[in-house]
Design a protein around this ligand. Structure first.
Ligand code: LMR
Length: 348
């Protein structure tokens, strides 16, 4: 409340000015009060099962945002490629048919951002902490900023984890891969990785992978175990080899028009809920993959092979040429910056 003598010494013109200010502020606040009735629906589409790091992070985002907006902002999640899959999700986002996606970083090369395939370089990262030094550093922010070239807003990164190899034979040495048709994501780096092992890469949508394994269209694939398990790939693959040969993570992207139409307040609400949901996703990713491995051991359909350090080293040696061969596609400056960022981390 204003002090009683607030007007005592003020000239009448000043008072009229102040009252005009008060009136417009009151009007604004009533129109803001009217805002809650103008609800917003945010459509979030992704291709994996609900009980995966990405699926659970999406649900956490929904919970946080709906709670904090008092239900004014509704989040509709479409998991399992129910709405859009690998073939059409990015286009759907650019056209505004959905508002948010969280594609694997491997899927940005195909829409004109080959620099994102640096995350696919085999045996590049030893641990998730190395990845976070990229995604949470300048290099990661520069990558996200580039997405605006295609009407996208890069909102953040989060993990699934390290990929394993599966087939109907153990995959312990490069010779084991020769002649196999291996399903890969649409990434030139991952395709080159499979060729370096003597296998034949077959690019398929994630949602088509299990059917392709079951029908013999492909012989094997790679993914973190949470995806392998939740897509029931263990029912059609006799061997899982714990190669830990590459990283799989995600970037959350919004449609730029949708994002710019939000009020500052709503952008802050969405951004905060997303940050907390991605931190939650990172927190549970390891556990989800460990739980899936435990379940796999219990169900006993698939032989699980742990590689010796020597076997992993021989695989790493076989795919090392991919780094040099694909440096031009990724971009030589991006490679320089990547190695610098990783070296900085190594120096601690
Ligand atoms: C794949 O296509 O194998 C993965 O990107 C699926 C996912 O989004 O985790």
């Amino acid at each position: 409340m204003l002090p009683a003598d607030f007007f005592a010494n003020r000239p009448s013109a000043d008072r009229r000015q102040w009252l005009r200010g008060l009136a417009s502020a009151a009007l604004a606040s009533t129109s803001l009060k009217a805002a809650p009735t103008q609800g917003i629906t945010l459509r979030f589409s992704h291709v994996v099962a609900e009980k995966t790091p990405k699926g659970l992070a999406a649900k956490r985002f929904k919970l946080l945002l709906e709670e904090r907006s008092g239900g004014r902002i509704q989040v509709l999640i479409y998991p399992n490629a129910e709405l859009y899959g690998d073939h059409d999700e990015m286009q759907a986002l650019q056209l505004g048919a959905v508002d948010l996606l969280a594609p694997s970083l491997s899927k940005f090369g195909r829409i004109g951002f080959p620099e994102f395939e640096l995350f696919d370089l085999p045996f590049l990262f030893e641990q998730v902490a190395d990845v976070r030094r990229i995604t949470q550093g300048r290099l990661g922010q520069r990558l996200l900023a580039r997405l605006s070239q295609q009407g996208l807003v890069g909102l953040g990164y989060f993990d699934n984890g390290f990929k394993q190899m599966s087939a109907n034979r153990p995959l312990l040495t490069p010779a084991d891969f020769v002649g196999l048709r291996m399903r890969v994501q649409a990434s030139s780096v991952i395709a080159a990785q499979m060729r370096a092992l003597g296998a034949r890469p077959v690019t398929l949508a994630f949602s088509e992978t299990r059917r392709a394994l079951a029908s013999g269209v492909v012989d094997g694939t790679e993914n973190p175990i949470s995806n392998f398990w939740t897509q029931r790939m263990h029912e059609v693959q006799t061997d899982l080899s714990l190669t830990e040969h590459g990283y799989l993570g995600y970037a959350v992207v919004a449609n730029q028009r949708f994002w710019m139409k939000l009020t500052d307040n709503d952008r802050t609400l969405v951004g905060q809920a997303l940050r907390e949901a991605l931190a939650f996703g990172n927190l549970i990713a390891d556990t989800q993959n460990d739980k899936a491995l435990m379940a796999l051991r219990q169900v006993g359909t698939t032989r699980i092979h742990t590689l010796t350090d020597g076997q992993r080293a021989r695989l790493a040696h076989a795919v090392k040429p991919v780094h040099q061969a694909l440096a031009k596609r990724i971009g030589s400056q991006w490679m320089v910056d990547l190695n610098q960022a990783l070296k900085q981390h190594a120096r601690g």
